[in-house]
Design a protein around this ligand. Sequence first.
Ligand SMILES: NC(=O)c1ccc[n+]([C@@H]2O[C@H](COP(=O)([O-])OP(=O)(O)OC[C@H]3O[C@@H](n4cnc5c(N)ncnc54)[C@H](O)[C@@H]3O)[C@@H](O)[C@H]2O)c1
Length: 235
Amino acid sequence: MKIALLGYGKMGHEVEKAALAQGHEIVVTIDNEQEWNERIDLLKKADVAIEFSQPDMAFANINRCFDLHLPIVVGTTAWYDRLDEVKRRCLDEGQSLFYAPNFSIGMNLVFRMNQQLAKFAEQYGYAMKVAETHHIHKLDKPSGTAAKLANDILAESSRYRQWSIEGDCPADTLPIEVTREGEVFGIHSITASSPADRITLTHEAFSRVGLAQGALAAARFLLGKKGCFTMDDLF
Ligand SMILES: NC(=O)c1ccc[n+]([C@@H]2O[C@H](COP(=O)([O-])OP(=O)(O)OC[C@H]3O[C@@H](n4cnc5c(N)ncnc54)[C@H](O)[C@@H]3O)[C@@H](O)[C@H]2O)c1
């Protein structure tokens, strides 16, 4: 694949390393607004764009790719308040979009286990909690991954009406505990507790390699397809 990297920070570099190792080509990297002005023509040489930038930039970057009819894989999180708008344009215009709050295969397995645990907790009256720990440079909180875990629990629950990161939550609010420390790649835990016992699911990423490889698998999947896809479609 000829790949354009939008966002050339920690994940951009990791995707580049994995892409080159798999024999793909990076035709352009764009890491700020000035580079958008200088390098936009190089995007026309790409088969697909892979976007890991900032929460406040993802929406504009997606639209720029749509303007060029360039398929785009979006890893950036915390822009999903605009997801409906993006999906509408994608479907109306026959564009190609893949988005995921977490590209790791292991974490996506935990998403499925979490959905099952949430059903079980609802049936047997367990209280639930989500916790996430990431490196101190992370801009958004909670992580997109923790937000998905929490939303999937809310979808099964009659006890919880919303989630919160504030601590001391009222009974109808699912707590998400957020920790920022050192260079932690990402730890997510889901706990279901009853007076009799506790069940915990934990996923810990040891590096960003699995995320980069997942994003490349998503790009390969997206080529030649029109529409809006997620990891469920890839699996
Ligand atoms: N979906 C996943 O699996 C996954 C995994 C890791 C990180 N993330 C998310 O991806 C995003 C990036 O993470 P990171 O760790 O690489 O962050 P980072 O801060 O290391 O890199 C982000 C880069 O985006 C650049 N940037 C800023 N404005 C831009 C613009 N207009 N166009 C292009 N690039 C621009 C910045 O200069 C920076 O280098 C975050 O939102 C993070 O939460 C998602």
